[in-house]
Design a protein around this ligand. Structure first.
Ligand code: ADP
Length: 191
């Protein structure tokens, strides 16, 4: 399997680039943000709890998120691999991912982090808010999400640095140019 983590702050283009990676490599997409939004839309108990947290821009509990990930891994055992988008967001989540994958004798191939300056992120997210009406794409929540990213999520890069699996990619320029950089990083994964 080829298992790729697409990492980066909110608004760095993980969703857009995931689609292109999936198209090229046939990977199964696991976006914890999308999974949580499905729960919110279906108004499940989990969704109701998650919505309050998401609207503040805070992180949903590791236990919930890891449960969702384990279900997806179980469901798609015959796939050529996974692309994780918006996960892991804490070092504990990264450790749990390692455990979950090793249950299937699998591992993360590469963690690609998209680098984009804060002011550009805010601009992109405000735009998305206008276009899609996503309830967490308002200025106050955006700022908190980026702070939460800096505090709780950024340290995940050190975890993969230590394992020599972290590839930093410039997340600015055209969508195709960024995708080329990602393909380059994936091509270095040892199978
Ligand atoms: P973005 O990366 O654009 O902020 P996502 O769609 O990945 O958006 O996530 C939206 C919200 O869902 C987050 O702000 C957070 O509240 C919650 N969430 C998503 N993934 C996780 C995760 N792995 N751990 C905890 N909370 C998460």
């Amino acid at each position: 399997m080829l298992n790729v983590i697409l990492f980066g702050p909110p608004g760095s283009g993980k969703g857009t680039q995931s689609e292109k990676v999936i198209e090229k490599y046939g990977l199964v997409h696991i976006s914890t943000g999308d999974l949580l939004r499905e729960e919110v839309a279906a108004q499940t108990d989990l969704g109701k709890q998650a919505k309050v947290i998401m609207d503040k821009g805070e992180l949903v509990s590791d236990t919930i998120v890891i449960g969702m990930i384990r279900n997806k891994l179980e469901e798609h055992q015959d796939s050529p691999g996974f692309i994780f988008d918006g996960f892991p967001r804490t070092v504990d989540q990264a450790r749990e991912l390692r455990k979950a994958l090793s249950d299937y004798d699998e591992r993360v191939g590469v963690m690609i982090s998209l680098e984009v300056a804060r002011e550009e992120l805010v601009k992109r997210l405000l735009n998305r808010g206008k276009e899609t009406g996503r309830s967490d794409d308002n200025l106050e929540t955006i700022n908190n999400r980026i702070d939460v990213y800096d505090r709780q999520t950024m340290p995940v890069t050190y975890y993969y640095d230590k394992m020599h699996k972290h590839a930093a990619v410039d997340g600015t320029g055209s969508v195709d140019k960024i995708f080329e950089r990602i393909v380059e990083a994936i091509s270095k994964v040892k199978s």
